[in-house]
Design a protein around this ligand. Structure first.
Ligand SMILES: *Cc1c(COP(=O)(O)O)cnc(C)c1O
Length: 367
């Protein structure tokens, strides 16, 4: 781990050595093929799909934060499915979070099952079954959207003892919130669409690992299937990364204030935030995580009350996704998720806390 603080780390992550007359962060290199040496052939840059300089710089930056080598993908789903399909073979069993990102379960029930891969679903909060006969354990902590947390070191040790690989979806925490590779995981997968880039304008995903064989499998998969992010998106993501420490700090502070507000109201139930002392996730989160993300979940009882809340609020945008600069709220059941009709995932933005509190209070009073 770097001896620098998070703010310093993200500002400098992946930047080239200073060269007079050159920019701090080089702009996106928009090229499919590059000039080749007519005699010696390919150099570092030959063709944009297998590798390119803008993506390489972003991967170096995220790699510094995760503590492993990184391969960027077009979206989080492209990264997760690349991992699953490059590791799993017919006859294998994969353990997936029962309460994690729902598209991953849908993929397992469709494509993976069709390929002869069986799935066991495990709730993030446990209890964890024996991993005998399991090839890969995918964990998601904090889980989206229910915000349960699992003990990464303990589950990784149990999985490894049974001969299974461990991958962790680090989307919600971001690498500044936790470094799964340091806690025993073999692989990290994540959507960079959320807090990592945080401006609600880029889709991105990545896989991180230290093991050369796993990296090679994922790299080959990506080069052959082609689900890469474009150079402009990589550059936007790299530019956004520099403010990650500041953004997360304000989002966490806002979430702490919002949680206290919600927990104090008797017209709101099921308030969950791993930073709340009475939360079931609190103890593990405190021991394992370096910071708690700005996502709070709660229940307003019905779709109608959520609609009235969102209509009355001026600062809370109705939107899916999370981790952005703007405070957003998503009624998950509208997407066919298996959450109750009034369940809301609120993603705290970086607005002033006092303004957000006043707006939420007005919105909830109107609901
Ligand atoms: C959003 C999300 C994904 C998928 O990411 P995309 O970039 O939308 O493909 C995967 N896992 C988690 C936990 C997510 O929140």
């Amino acid at each position: 781990m770097s001896d620098k603080g998070d703010g310093t780390l993200v500002v400098h992550a992946g930047l080239p050595e200073p060269v007079p007359g050159e920019p701090f962060l080089p702009g996106p290199v928009l090229a499919a093929p590059y000039h080749l040496d007519p005699v010696t052939g390919p150099t570092e840059n030959g063709y944009g799909r297998p590798d390119n300089p803008t993506r390489r710089a972003l991967e170096a930056a995220i790699g510094e934060l995760e503590g492993g080598a990184v391969r960027a993908f077009a979206t989080g789903q492209a990264a997760i499915t690349a991992l699953l399909l490059s590791v799993l073979k017919s006859g294998d069993t994969v353990a997936l979070p029962a309460d994690g990102y729902f598209t991953v379960r849908a993929f397992a029930e469709g494509t993976l099952r069709g390929l002869g891969v069986s799935t066991v679903l495990v709730p993030t909060a446990g209890p964890y079954p024996s991993f005998d006969g399991v090839r890969l354990v995918l964990l998601e902590t904090p889980a989206n959207p229910g915000l349960d947390v699992c003990d990464l070191a303990a589950v990784s040790a149990a999985a490894h003892a049974a001969g299974a690989l461990v991958a962790v979806d680090n989307t919600t925490a971001t690498p500044l919130g936790q470094r799964p590779l340091d806690l025993g995981a073999d692989l990290v997968v994540a959507s960079g669409t959320k807090a990592l880039t945080g401006h609600s304008d880029v889709l991105l995903g990545y896989v991180a690992a230290r093991d050369e064989e796993l990296l090679t499998a994922v790299t080959t998969w990506r080069a052959q299937t082609g689900g890469i992010p474009g150079a402009f998106d990589c550059w936007l993501a790299h530019r956004s990364l520099a403010t990650l420490d500041l953004r997360l700090a304000r989002q966490t502070a806002n979430a702490a204030a919002v949680t206290a507000l919600l927990a104090g109201r008797d017209d709101v139930t099921g308030v969950r935030w791993p930073g709340l002392e009475s939360d079931p996730s609190y103890e593990i989160a405190r021991a394992q995580m370096r910071r708690i993300p700005g996502i709070v979940s709660f229940d307003l009882g019905s779709a109608e009350r959520v609609a009235r809340f969102l209509t009355a609020s001026k600062l809370v945008f109705a939107a899916t996704s999370f981790g952005g600069l703007h405070t957003t709220a998503d009624r998950r059941a509208q997407w066919g998720d298996d959450t109750p009709p009034g369940f809301v995932r609120l993603s705290c933005g970086i607005e002033d806390t006092a303004d957000l509190m006043a707006d939420l209070t007005a919105g909830l009073d109107a609901a």
